[in-house]
Write a protein that binds this ligand. Structure first.
Ligand SMILES: [Zn+2]
Length: 552
C-alpha cells in the first residue's frame, strides 16, 4: 500500500471512529489569496483536505482537480496566512479579562473610578487590576497607597502597571507582605519606592513586585484553564492562529496540555518555559515537548535581561536622560545568564531573552556569542523586544543569526516619552526595525499582549505608519524605521513561524502546509497603510476549520 493510500485509509478509519463526517476536500474561493510564498503565482482559490493544503489556483482549476469538493465562496474577501503573534502572554490576557481594566485611564481619578466600579461587582477578596500608566496622567507622577486607602481601607488592592514591570499596592496589601517593608533595604533586581521617612509609597518595581504577589492566595487550576481559554478566544477573534507564549510555568503547560487533549485549543501555542524554573528542568529531563495534535509545543525558554523603559528598569550603558545616576537594572548577572543559556543549549532548548535597554541587549548578545559557536544560527535564539541597541550592536543580530522578536505597537505607545528617557542620540538605535531588517536580521513581530492590545491589526498599522491611531506625528515617528505592509505581514506570518521552528507547517499558504488562514474583507497589501488598523476579520481558520466567524 502506497504511503498516501495508507494515510487515506488511516484517516477514513479514524473518522469512522469519530462519527459520520467523511474526509472531504474543501475549495475556498476569494478575490485574492496572498500565499506569502515567493514562488507561488497569484491565486483566487485554495483547496485542503484533512487540515492540510492541497493546492492553490483558481476555483475552476481546483474544482476540476477535486470533483465533488465542498465549495466555499468568500466573494470579495482576501485570504492571508494565519497571523502569528511571536510574543504574547495568553494567561495574562485571560486574567486581565477577569480583572479591573485600567489601561488608557487618563487620570488617577479615572483609574480610581474604574476600580471602584469593578470592585462593586466582585465584593470579596483581593481587588486586582492591570494597565495603569501614570505617563498618561497630568503630572505623570507615580500614584501611592494612600490614593487607594480612602476607597479600600480593608480589602487588599494590587494593580499592575501597563508594562507589567511595576505594581501599585494599598496599605492593606502591603500589610500582608511577610517581610517588614520599612527601612532602606531593596530586593535584588527590584525596587521599593519609599518616601522621605523610608516608608514604602505603594509602588514596587520589577523583582520587588514578587513581595506583594507572594502574599496573594494562589489561583486554582480551574482558574488558570479559564484564563487560557479566554485568552485564546480573544486571540482568534483578532485573526491570530498562533502565539508564542512568552513565559509558561509547568503548571500552565499542564493546563494547556489538558486543553489540547480535550480538543479545546482553537489555535497553536508555542510555549516558552518561564525562566530557569521547573518547566526548563522538565524540558531538560523529558525532552522538548510537542503535543501530537500539532497545537501545542514547548521547546524554548524565556529569560529576562533587564526591566522596562517606562519604569526606568531597562538597563542602559549610560544614565537615563531624565534621571541622573540611574542606569536601570540587570535582572540576571552575566554569570547566571551564561549558566542558564549553556544548559538550555545542551538540552536543545531555544533561548529567548527579554532585553530593552542597550546594556541589557549587549549582555544578551555577548552571552549568546560566547555560547553559540560557529553554527549557532541554526539554534534560532531570539532577543525579545530588542528595543534599544547601541548602534555598534545592531549588526550583531544578523551576524549571530539571532532573531529580533519585536513589537511594533511598543514604539507607537512609547514614542510620547521614550526620547525623554534616552535622549535624541540613543533613540536612533531604538525600535530600529528597518535597520535591523536591512542588516539581515529576521524580524518576528508580535504585540506583547496584554501589555499592548492582542489585535495584530494594530501591530501592522504601527509597523507601517509609526503613528498613533490619529495619524500623529504626521509622517511617522523616526519614519526611516517604517516597514512596508508586506514586510510587516511577513513578520506576523512566515518570520514568526520561523522563530518557532514552524515554517514548514504554517506562516504561508502552500501545498502540504496546515490550512491556517484568515479571511479579511479588505486586502491589506492593496489598501493604504493607515487603514490597516481597520481591516475586518471575517473569519479565522485553523487546520481547515473555522475557529472564529464574525458575528457568531
Ligand atoms: Zn512579554
Amino acid at each position: 500500500m502506497g504511503r498516501s493510500r495508507l494515510r487515506a485509509a488511516l484517516v477514513v478509519g479514524l473518522l469512522a471512529l469519530a462519527g459520520p463526517a467523511l474526509a472531504e476536500v474543501t475549495v475556498l474561493g476569494a478575490k485574492r489569496i496572498h500565499s506569502m510564498e515567493a514562488d507561488q503565482p497569484p491565486a483566487t482559490a485554495i483547496a485542503w483536505e484533512d487540515g492540510r493544503i492541497l493546492a492553490l489556483g483558481t476555483p475552476e482549476e481546483l474544482q476540476a482537480r477535486y470533483p465533488g469538493a465542498r465549495l466555499l465562496d468568500m466573494g470579495d474577501a482576501t485570504v492571508i496566512p494565519g497571523l502569528i503573534d511571536a510574543h504574547g502572554h495568553v494567561a495574562s490576557l485571560g486574567f486581565e479579562q477577569m480583572q479591573a481594566r485600567l489601561a488608557g485611564a487618563s487620570s488617577l481619578e479615572e483609574a480610581l473610578r474604574r476600580l471602584e466600579e469593578f470592585a462593586r461587582g466582585q465584593p470579596e477578596g483581593w481587588v486586582l487590576g492591570r494597565g495603569w500608566d501614570q505617563n498618561l496622567w497630568p503630572g505623570q507622577e507615580f500614584p501611592t497607597a494612600a490614593d487607594l486607602d480612602a476607597l479600600f481601607p480593608d480589602r487588599p488592592v494590587w494593580l499592575r502597571r501597563v508594562d507589567g514591570h511595576a505594581g501599585w499596592a494599598n496599605s492593606a496589601a502591603m500589610a500582608l507582605v511577610e517581610r517588614d517593608l520599612s527601612g532602606d533595604w531593596q530586593p535584588d533586581g527590584g525596587r521599593i519606592l519609599r518616601d522621605d521617612q523610608g516608608r514604602p509609597t505603594g509602588i514596587f518595581v520589577d523583582a520587588a513586585m514578587d513581595l506583594v504577589s507572594a502574599a496573594m492566595p494562589a489561583g486554582d487550576a480551574a482558574l488558570s484553564t479559564r484564563a487560557l481559554e479566554l485568552g485564546m478566544a480573544s486571540a482568534v477573534e483578532h485573526g491570530l492562529t498562533g502565539v508564542h507564549d512568552a513565559g509558561v510555568s509547568l503548571r500552565q503547560l499542564e493546563a494547556y496540555r489538558a486543553l489540547a487533549d480535550a480538543g479545546r485549543m482553537p489555535m497553536r501555542v508555542y510555549a516558552m518555559a518561564d525562566g530557569d524554573s521547573a518547566a526548563l528542568a522538565h524540558l531538560c529531563e523529558a525532552g522538548v515537548y510537542a503535543h501530537p495534535g500539532g497545537r501545542l509545543q514547548m521547546r524554548a525558554v524565556k529569560l529576562f535581561s533587564d526591566g522596562a523603559l517606562g519604569s526606568r528598569g531597562a538597563a542602559l550603558l549610560e544614565d537615563y536622560s531624565d534621571e541622573h545616576g540611574n542606569r536601570g537594572l540587570l535582572l540576571l548577572t552575566p554569570e547566571k545568564m551564561s549558566d542558564v543559556v549553556a544548559r538550555a543549549r545542551d538540552c536543545g532548548v531555544q533561548v529567548a531573552t527579554h532585553a530593552i535597554g542597550d546594556r541589557g541587549n549587549r549582555l544578551v548578545l555577548d552571552t549568546y556569542e560566547a555560547a553559540l559557536g560557529p553554527d549557532g544560527a541554526a539554534l534560532r535564539w531570539r532577543i525579545e523586544h530588542a528595543q534599544i541597541l547601541e548602534p555598534g550592536d545592531l549588526p550583531r543580530l544578523a551576524e549571530l543569526g539571532v532573531i529580533a522578536s519585536m513589537q511594533p505597537t511598543h514604539a507607537t505607545s512609547d514614542m510620547p516619552w521614550a526620547e525623554d528617557r534616552i535622549g535624541p542620540e540613543r533613540v536612533l538605535g531604538a525600535y530600529a526595525w528597518r535597520r535591523l531588517r536591512d542588516s539581515g536580521a529576521r524580524l518576528a513581530l508580535g504585540s506583547d499582549f496584554p501589555v499592548e492590545s492582542v489585535d495584530p491589526r494594530l501591530g501592522l498599522y504601527s509597523a507601517v505608519t509609526r503613528t498613533d491611531r490619529e495619524g500623529l506625528p504626521e509622517g511617522g515617528w523616526h519614519p526611516q524605521e517604517k516597514l512596508t505592509a508586506f514586510e510587516a505581514l511577513r513578520g506576523f506570518t512566515l518570520d514568526a513561524a520561523w522563530a518557532g521552528f514552524a515554517e514548514d507547517e504554517v506562516g504561508s499558504l502552500g501545498p502540504g502546509k496546515r490550512a491556517d488562514f484568515v479571511v479579511l474583507a479588505e486586502d491589506p497589501l492593496a489598501i493604504d497603510g493607515d487603514g490597516l488598523d481597520e481591516l475586518t476579520v471575517l473569519s479565522t481558520w485553523v487546520d481547515g476549520e473555522a475557529v472564529y466567524r464574525r458575528g457568531e
